[in-house]
Design a protein around this ligand. Structure first.
Ligand SMILES: [Mg+2]
Length: 255
């Protein structure tokens, strides 16, 4: 099915639609140094323009809200950071109710990872979670995975796979799927998700559940060399890259 046909149910009843978009690899091109990732020019403005036209526009990311909000300054755009452990919705910041007790142990684990002696691995502490990157040194993957498993065992944090990285998270039932379910529950229209990575799979799972309940859903994957087939195989449409995501947002704004 082509994109126009796919978007028709969304465009015909825009007023209560949920549009949920991932950040890295979806709104921003993947870069070697994750700290330098930026959304494509115009993408934040398109989301801000779309927000008042639909039920809710949300950016769902593994990044902290503090990182996302430097780009998405319009309070009309909801932000869900750290896979839902943090959010900014209607301009209000909040943490997941179970997350507070974990900040200290997450900081301690981040420090132990920094001193672990895995040279070339980048440790990115995110407050309530940690990402261990091996993008610059793919050969480090086994060492990084072993370190993550060991630290998880000692701390009670859980390991999650991500793109060229491993993440450690508190054992709190929050992921893009739980975020999506709560967004969907706040609105009655179609739900559209755009993602490119394993972290977006729970959101696709939530869409499958919503579809069985009769809700119109649209699953959009962003392809590319690193896109996991488990995600792209389940998508209604696979886009080539962030530029195509920006075109899709332009189409949604234009109606
Ligand atoms: Mg991504």
């Amino acid at each position: 099915m082509d994109l126009e046909d796919l978007l028709r149910p969304v465009l015909d009843h825009r007023g209560d639609v949920v549009v949920a978009v991932d950040f890295d690899g979806t709104l921003s091109p993947i870069v070697d140094d994750p700290a330098t990732a930026r959304p494509l020019d115009g993408a934040p403005l398109l989301l801000a323009e779309l927000a008042p036209l639909v039920g809710e526009v949300a950016v769902l990311s593994g990044r902290p809200v503090s990182f996302l909000e430097q780009f998405f300054t319009d309070d009309g755009v909801s932000l869900f950071g750290l896979y839902g452990l943090e959010s900014r919705r209607g301009g209000r910041r909040s943490d997941h109710p179970s997350s507070g007790v974990w900040r200290e142990s997450v900081a301690a684990v981040a420090e132990r990872c920094r001193r672990s002696g895995v040279d070339g691995m980048e440790v990115e502490p995110k407050g309530l979670s940690i990402t261990l990157h091996y993008r610059q040194h793919p050969d480090l993957e086994p060492a990084v995975r072993a370190l993550a498993a060991e630290q998880a065992e000692q701390s009670g944090l859980l390991v999650r796979d991500a793109k060229m990285s491993v993440e450690l998270h508190p054992p709190i039932a929050a992921d893009k799927g739980t975020v999506l379910r709560s967004l969907a529950a706040s609105h009655t229209g179609a739900v559209l998700v755009v993602g490119d990575d394993l972290g977006d799979l729970p959101a696709f799972d939530a869409l499958d559940e919503l579809a069985t309940e009769g809700r119109p859903v649209v699953r959009v994957a962003v392809g590319g060399a690193e896109a996991p087939p488990v995600l792209t195989d389940r998508a209604d449409v696979v886009l080539a890259g962030p530029e195509d995501v920006r075109d899709l947002l332009t189409t949604l704004v234009a109606g």
